[in-house]
Design a protein around this ligand. Structure first.
Ligand SMILES: Nc1nc2c(ncn2[C@@H]2O[C@H](COP(=O)(O)OP(=O)(O)OP(=O)(O)O)[C@@H](O)[C@H]2O)c(=O)[nH]1
Ligand SMILES: [Mg+2]
Length: 362
């Protein structure tokens, strides 16, 4: 399952957002937890809902995202002179596919910001620096180690070591200039050679601006006012958490009264999927309609493996139809008749929105 980690300074609203995303009721507020919370978020998907309406299956299963909510205390050092994040925290972060920085933009004197200021741009910069420092420290350690090791190396081994040193030095220079591993000018094989380091700035980073209730109705312009580039979603975590407790029509009425549109949480989720480069495909039937995710560029055979290892092993071919074509046609048989359903081999690259039917033999 793809995973994303919520990071950010103390009391920025990570756990509040975690509750809004997962429906959990974890305690929020002052030092409410020392350990990360883990949860699974089903991804609402309009396409799956419509396929389900067509098939009326016994079961509808959305795609999921694992979310890990870290306590902000671990990042306190980034705001001035304190301890850098622990090795354990860095290790936990590097295991995740993406990171989401929850940035505080809400004002509330009763809930002090650890640096005693509300300045989203400064927080964004401080967190970026913290992640960059962690990677630079890792590079430095590795360079020292290689320098030690090369002393006793044979000439042939030294060639590979020299090459690694060269790549690490270039990355070091790029990070020192404010770049990230993601946007470093590296050749594809150089990048692949660095992957095992699991650098934090190699993780796609989503910025979640946590607005005050008074800004929630105008999230778009609030986001512009607070500045922000890259992948960016503005929402009010507290409001979204509160609204979860309401019935659907009550929540809708309350939203209308406040002028806060639905879907901020869904947008945050979709942005996460997009950042992760995930593609969603569907399987349909009277038993179950289900959404699945695979990394961009994944083959039909790999997608089959998401469903079951037998399907990957015994893969023969896939019948593929776009979700909206299937809806237009009303059935796979009709889609076939109109030549909208095609047969693909194991190397077919799955597209976002494909409905797959895997034929296999084990
Ligand atoms: N007004 C307002 N308060 C919020 C909002 N989001 C969170 N809060 C409050 O801020 C306090 C801290 O929220 P948490 O969700 O615990 O923050 P956190 O980032 O998980 O904090 P740590 O786990 O200590 O790092 C709580 O009292 C929340 O109710 C918001 O959007 N608006
Ligand atoms: Mg928390």
């Amino acid at each position: 399952m793809p995973s994303i980690g919520l990071i950010g300074f103390e009391r920025s609203g990570k756990t509040t957002l975690f509750n809004a995303l997962t429906g959990a009721q974890r305690p929020t507020g002052f030092a409410a937890h020392q350990d990360p919370h883990e949860g699974v978020v089903p991804a609402a998907d309009e396409r799956l809902a419509r396929l389900s309406a067509l098939y009326q299956p016994r079961k509808t299963t959305p795609a999921t995202l694992e979310v890990v909510d870290f306590p902000g205390a671990g990042f306190a050092g980034a705001l001035g002179g304190g301890e850098p994040p622990s090795t354990r925290l860095l290790d936990q972060l590097s295991q995740l596919d993406a990171l989401a920085h929850v940035v505080r933009a809400f004002e509330n004197d009763a809930i002090p910001h650890p640096a005693e200021r509300i300045d989203p741009a400064a927080d964004i910069e401080a967190m970026q620096l913290e992640l960059t420092f962690a990677d630079l420290a890792l590079i430095e350690k590795r360079l020292e180690r290689i320098a030690q090791e090369t002393k006793s190396m044979k000439a042939a081994e030294r060639v590979a070591a020299d090459r690694e040193v060269d790549v690490l030095r270039r990355l070091q220079a790029h990070l020192s200039d404010g770049g990230t591993t993601l946007d470093a000018p590296l050749a594809e094989e150089e990048r692949a050679g660095l992957r095992h380091y699991r650098f934090l700035t190699e993780r796609p980073l989503l910025t979640l601006l946590n607005l005050g209730e008074e800004d929630a109705a105008d999230a778009g312009s609030a986001a512009v006012r607070f500045g922000g580039e890259g992948a960016f979603v503005a929402l009010c975590a507290r409001l979204e958490e509160e609204l979860r407790a309401f019935e659907e029509d009550e929540a809708a009425a309350y939203r209308e009264e406040l002028g806060v549109g639905a879907g901020a949480v869904e947008t945050a989720l979709q942005e996460s999927f997009r950042l992760l480069g995930l593609r969603t495909f569907f399987t349909v039937g009277e038993d179950e309609c289900r959404a699945w995710t695979v990394p961009g560029g994944a083959s039909a055979q790999r997608a089959a493996g998401r469903i079951h290892s037998d399907l990957e092993r015994g893969f023969i071919r896939a019948e593929v139809v776009r979700w909206d074509d299937l809806l237009d046609c009303g059935s796979e048989a009709e889609a076939k008749k109109r030549a909208l359903l095609h047969t693909e081999g194991k190397d077919y690259q799955v597209q976002d929105g494909d409905v797959l039917h895997i034929l296999f033999n084990v």
